[in-house]
Design a protein around this ligand. Structure first.
Ligand code: PMP
Length: 380
């Protein structure tokens, strides 16, 4: 349908300005126009990543960026530490095992955050750990991890710190240099307000030394090949030119809004969504102290399938929430408020949710959730 309300954690709605930018005629990827565009984009990305490091834009989904991070830093037999509190943390374990790593996996209950103290203990007990893998925003549970604290701990060791920022970067602040993130890897289709197709990653000097000595097979994702082209603002292979043009436009939108305002907007959307859920008597998955600014996970009421609620929302109101993944299937629904999201998106989502709850047999006081959200927005 033309009129729909997409509130899943990617792909997210793309602003009309960005869509329009991407209809520009194709340009050659070895042309000066492309090089100027590429350089411009990297300068803007460095502001969002808060880094002086080189940033590489790969044509792939977010997982491709994660694979690039692993293929370039993990040699067979290396000991690595993966911090797992959901489906995307698990992906680090799966990927590193594929590349022959000896994986120390630390599990945190789904819906809770990584405890930096545990990272400290594991690193102290295993000084031969080569790389620590974490997730900035665990999309499957709606939890944001304390990357700053973990980064400061890892920085005291020789291990690299690699962070999956696929769903968070652009909606949640991250300071790559100050927090000692050696590789931050993200994707285009979430908080960055673009269609799927780009993975973006920054690489520190500490990481380059490991990448140079790395022994894993890699071809398309060989960052050393990409690095040869970098000074000329070229890419090793044909880039997704239209997505680069779109990225430039979405970065301009974010910088025009002001990054502090972008991050404050997401936090406000989180507060309003959570207030609404509480007012409806539903249970939130993530605790206040680490709840994600870009996605809210909610338990379905006792005896009602989360997917039944989602079905009504979809069929009757064209509102799409995400469901639970893996062991959370049918138990939770997830409301994304990332990227091109504003107060009215939240009010529409909550108002639809109230009607859907009524229809599946969980009577609510109509308007209670909407009112709670409005009160947060108005500060009353
Ligand atoms: N990491 C996180 C935190 C994600 O949210 C996602 C996408 N949901 C991915 C990785 C994988 O990205 P993609 O589906 O683009 O490969």
């Amino acid at each position: 349908q033309d009129k729909s309300y997409l509130m899943i954690p990617g792909p997210t709605p793309v602003p009309p300005t960005v869509v329009a930018a991407m209809t520009a005629p194709m340009i050659g990827h070895r042309s000066e126009d492309f090089q100027v565009l590429h350089k411009d984009i990297i300068t803007k990305l460095q502001k969002i990543f808060q880094t002086q490091n080189e940033i590489y834009i790969l044509t792939s989904s977010g997982t491709g960026g994660m694979e690039s991070a692993v293929a370039n830093t993990v040699s067979p037999g290396d000991k690595v530490l993966t911090l797992v509190g959901g489906k995307f943390g698990e992906r680090w374990s799966e990927l590193t095992k594929q590349y022959g790593a000896e994986v120390i996996e630390v599990n945190f209950e789904w819906g809770t955050c990584v405890d930096p103290q545990v990272v400290q203990e594991k690193l102290a007990a295993n000084p031969d750990i080569k790389v620590v893998f974490a997730t900035q925003n665990e999309t499957s549970t709606g939890v944001t991890n304390d990357i700053e604290s973990i980064g400061k701990i890892v920085a005291q060791t020789s291990a690299l710190f690699v962070v999956d920022g696929v769903s968070g970067v652009g909606g949640i602040e991250i300071k790559v240099d100050e927090w000692h993130v050696d590789i931050l890897t993200t994707g285009s289709q979430k908080s960055l307000m673009l269609p799927p197709g780009l993975a973006i990653q920054s690489i520190s000097d500490k990481a380059w030394k490991v990448i140079e000595a790395n022994k894993s097979p890699r071809y398309y994702f060989n960052l050393l090949k990409a690095r040869k082209q970098y000074p000329k603002w070229n890419t090793a292979y044909t880039p997704a030119v239209s997505l680069f043009v779109g990225l430039n436009a979405s970065l301009d939108m974010m910088l025009a809004e002001g990054l502090d305002n972008v991050y404050a907007r997401h936090k406000l959307l989180r507060e309003a969504t959570r207030a609404a859920i509480r007012a409806l008597g539903l249970k939130l998955m993530a605790d206040e102290s680490y709840a994600s600014p870009v996605i809210t996970s909610v338990y379905a009421p006792e005896g009602i399938g989360a997917d039944d609620i989602r079905k009504v929302l979809n069929n009757e109101y064209n509102i799409t929430f995400a469901g639970g993944q893996a062991k959370l299937k049918n138990k939770i629904f997830r409301i994304a408020h990332m990227g091109f999201a504003d107060q009215m998106n939240v009010l529409i989502a909550i108002s639809g949710l109230e009607m859907a709850l009524q229809k599946v047999g969980y009577p609510v006081e109509l308007g209670a959730g909407v009112r709670a959200a409005q009160q947060v927005f108005l500060g009353v």
